[in-house]
Design a protein around this ligand. Sequence first.
Ligand code: FPP
Length: 249
Amino acid sequence: MNFNTSSSPNQDLEPARLPSHVAIIMDGNGRWAKKRLLNRIKGHEKGVEAVRATVRACRELGIANLTLYAFSTENWHRPKSEITALMTLLKTFLESEEKELMENNIRLNAIGQIERLPGDVQQALHKIMTLTKKNSSMLLNLALSYGARDEILKMVKEIAKKAKIGTIDPDSITSELVCEHLYTKEIPDPDLLIRTSGEMRLSNFLLWQIAYSEIYITDTLWPDFGKDELIEILKNYQRRERRFGKIES
Ligand code: FPP
């Protein structure tokens, strides 16, 4: 499917004031399934449909960067059967999206401990990352086996090693240098962080990068999330005044 960006109805959004980077904590798949007396896996399956709808919506609306928290470092502690089902869903998603990502000029990237993923998932990931690497209309960034504390520890170790051998002067370590050692080094910080299913927590997601992000928490469970709600959230974002710690000028 080719997303026709030119004929999208005016959604009362100001294109110039759209967030450049939207990050989403996709939560509530299990509760969605439980409410319907279904197995949790059915919730994750429906969650994949919400992923597709959200990627399409972001592409249509002109969001340049979308980061989705698909699997955390803590998620490895879930039952083996659920981990296996999530990895299978992920692999199927990666294999099935090739055409759509190419037709719509979307680059897929992954952040996190990719080396911990099963070999077949890593292969599918590398294949689609290579295929889409020159696409430039939008970046779909999947956080997989991702944890912000792990990312920060990795950054500290890398910088400490460089300081030890003398290629970095500890007194000249800057925020920019820190950013260059994070998984997100090529992406602007999220302007907007969305969390579904009503929980008021950050769950170890992009802790350095969200220092000045606008946060929106919706009670909607992830499988029920879609374009209409995203547009309402973007309208809410555009009504906010971002001051970055300064006072109104
Ligand atoms: C949180 O719901 C969701 C996850 C841990 C996984 C998110 C995964 C998907 C949306 C599907 C696979 C992703 C891709 C990109 C293909 P939960 O299980 O914690 O829900 P609960 O809090 O209601 O139990």
